[in-house]
Design a binder for this molecule. Sequence first.
Ligand code: IMP
Ligand code: MG
Length: 398
Amino acid sequence: MMNSLVLGAQWGDEGKGRVVDLLASEADFTVRFGGGENAGHTLVVNGQKTVLHLIPAGALNPNCRGLIGNGCVVSPESLWREVIGLKESGVDLTPSRLGISGGAHVVTPYHKIVDLATGTALGTTGRGIGPCYADKIARRGLRFEQLFTDDALAVLDAQRIFAQNLCSTMLPSAQLVLDELRSYGQHLQAYGCDVGDVLFNAMQDRKRILFEGAQGTMLDIDHGTYPFVTSSTTTAGGVAPGVGVWVDFDRKIGVTKAYTTRVGTGPFPTEIDGDIGDRIRSVGAEYGSTTGRPRRVGWLDLVALRKAVRLNGLTDLIVTKLDVLSDMPFLMACSKYDNGQYTAMAGFGSIAHIRDWDDLPHNAREYIRFIEDETGVPVTAVSVGAEREALITVPPRA
Ligand code: IMP
Ligand code: MG
């Protein structure tokens, strides 16, 4: 398995982190190609719960170097704090284990201020992501490689003037902001690298590379539920422009929960209110790992999954959190939005203790086979708990 991609097939928070964590044990590089600290991957590191926002989740494997591509947007302060936080948990990410592209854009305090002033109607994460990408496209962005050059001040001042028009409070001067960015950026300079070049050479050497999607397919700037989306390409087509090398994939895995969640506002065709929704939220601990917000909950949306398969050319799906649906009286899945065409299925009992496909109840196995029928791709694994062993391999249908 040379080049693999792990993507969210829904609205984010599908459990990509655990899939990456597993696959990274067989990878030499693990790469982020878009997004920023709006992402949140919850992992257990040396027995401690850790949430990674910017650092590729696979980089926790000591044999796997993490790379942050030019398609990402990075706050130097947040990245440095993440590096320090990991060091305190015993994971020392020296530049041989982590690299950042000089072309990645710097998220500045102006971006966070603008996001908080303008992003609330969309329910953004408030991390300055949209305003940073907006400045990038408006050619007013500050690239990581520019942070210590003489033009940095003028670029920041242009950002300040733009931001000031949107805010009633007086914004800090560009010089003050630059000094602060550089105080964190100086620690990160050693991590700067040409990610495209590193990956090109790695491919020549037949290294195994794992690309990590952030957010989900339905939050893609072009193909998601616009305008209730994030500001980057979250789908497979974003990889080459986001890392700087053409990639032919051997495997493209879409991760989906056994149901659906979304944080933030916007369309959610299969959303469930009331007791059933509350039950799934509490059993599944569905609260945002970046913002702590309660996630909205719904039935499985097969229309969205089929779109994810088509858009990303997915080779297979991994279904997470099937155990959350234990002991439900019935299950529903939506196969068409027109007139809300749902299929109702019988539920199954508790499955959290099960570790083998053959031991899963008939109805749980049928639910997975139904997803395969409806999406046209195989489900290769299903998770019934947070532990590594709780990811069960699904055999191909006989
Ligand atoms: P932004 O990415 O902060 O601009 O937020 C735009 C929308 O994407 C909001 O609805 C967020 O809740 C959502 N979003 C961004 N990143 C994630 C993520 O990693 N998981 C789930 N939702 C996300
Ligand atoms: Mg998340």
